[in-house]
Write a new protein. Sequence first.
Length: 255
Amino acid sequence: MMTSPALPIDLSSASNLLSSLAFLKRMTRLEAVKNLTVDFLIEMKVVAQKARTEKIDQTDEFKSRMAYVQQRVLMQHLLLREAKGATNDAALKKFYDEQIGQVKPVEEVRARHILVEGEEDAKKAVARLKGGEDFAKVAKEISKDPGSGAEGGDLGFFTKDRMVPEFAEAAFALKPGELSAPVKSQFGWHIIKLEERRMKPVPAFEQVKDRIAQALAGKSQNDYLTKLRSEAKIVKTEEPKKADDAKKTEQPKKN
């Protein structure tokens, strides 16, 4: 009897495949995942071996697909190399320093507010605050703002352009600790308390390092592709017509 040759299964390949299948990582039992991966590799090798015995790897369709896969992988590796060269620490820091140098100082404030529907409600809230009640407490009780109400009206830090004009003008006119008169906007009536003023801090290098790397990598790859295309002699050819299509376009012979 003829026996099939032994099929070596490299378990390290299972680990490589496992790392590329993100959805499998979410499975709770790692051992089950590993077994499934090994089984897939076994089936892949068995089927591939059978395909070779039937000379599928000698067909034009197979060769065409393999040529495409090879070119795609070569492209990926070359572009990754270009991206890596453009995103070393020195390049990232240089880009960061250049961009930070162009940033204009912008003032921002931290404020709290209470939002109510009518002017009379706003006046009542102001009276309570001037009577000594805690702003955060009153905001939690009566503010209609679903975002900041539960936080005692705290809006965090913001620049002037982030708020509607009426609100922004009133907030930036205050000094820390001051309370505004009722301010009307498209959302209703606001009472604003200014907490702090400062110049907006620029993000630290480590905070934006990954975003810079992504931007520089994309730019370097696009520039490299543009360069290669400009240097290459590109000839676009039409796909050969199939036999059936050729027959359809043949002109009838004259008698």
